[in-house]
Design a protein around this ligand. Structure first.
Ligand code: HQG
Length: 181
């Protein structure tokens, strides 16, 4: 596969494993898994054939480690980012003192009022580092970095989860835990 093909196939995998499994004629189980061979058949039928080696390569080199294989490597899923109903079955975990969220300036008024909402996804995505976070915000407009008092939230009973690829997940961040620039 050329780098361009790898990129496009990776985008398609994000689409089917997070948002529209029907685009490849597949179904996700309740934890988001689908058999690798079913996925390959579905991709071929959608005009995007890929060999087992292609898939291994895409999973291995994906910059954000978006996809993972089951322990026996017969199934595959996205580690986070779904809009379809799945229960990823991550255990609740104590977060670091602060976490970050990248957003766009045009959302700030609404966020000041309602806090961070999960919008189309399952949960609000937070990060322990700032490097990628500004890029996440820049996808929506002029980027701005919000600092989240995660430890304080945890102490008040908010449950935090961490995906296999390191993203921190929480249902809602009330405005009082957000430091605005
Ligand atoms: C904003 C990428 C108005 C929120 C990244 C965000 C991430 C509000 C947008 C993952 C709001 C939702 C997720 C409120 C939140 N009023 N706007 N009350 N509360 N928002 O794409 O966090 O490349 O669903 O700030 O790395 O941008 O897909 O979430 O700007 O982990 O693997 O509403 O996507 O990963 O946008 O990105 P998104 P996100 P992948």
């Amino acid at each position: 596969m050329t780098p361009e093909q790898t990129f496009r196939t990776s985008k398609f995998l994000s689409l089917v494993l997070r948002h529209q499994p029907e685009a490849a004629g597949i179904q996700l189980d309740e934890a988001g898994w689908t058999p690798v061979e079913k996925l390959r058949e579905g991709c071929a039928q959608a005009g995007k054939p890929l060999t087992h080696e292609d898939l291994e390569h895409i999973v291995a080199i994906n910059p954000k480690k978006r996809f993972e294989f089951s322990a026996d490597r017969t199934r595959i899923r996205a580690s986070q980012g779904h809009s379809v109903e799945v229960d990823l079955q991550y255990a609740a975990k104590v977060p670091p003192t602060v976490l970050y969220h990248g957003t766009a300036t045009r959302f700030l008024d609404s966020i000041r009022e309602k806090g961070l909402l999960k919008m189309q996804r399952h949960q609000v995505h937070l990060s322990a580092e700032t490097r990628m976070t500004m890029q996440v915000g820049a996808r929506h407009g002029i980027p701005v970095l919000l600092l989240i008092q995660a430890e304080a939230m945890h102490q008040q009973g908010h449950l935090f989860y961490q995906s296999t690829n390191g993203v921190w997940l929480v249902d809602h961040v009330p405005p009082e835990f957000i430091s605005f620039p």
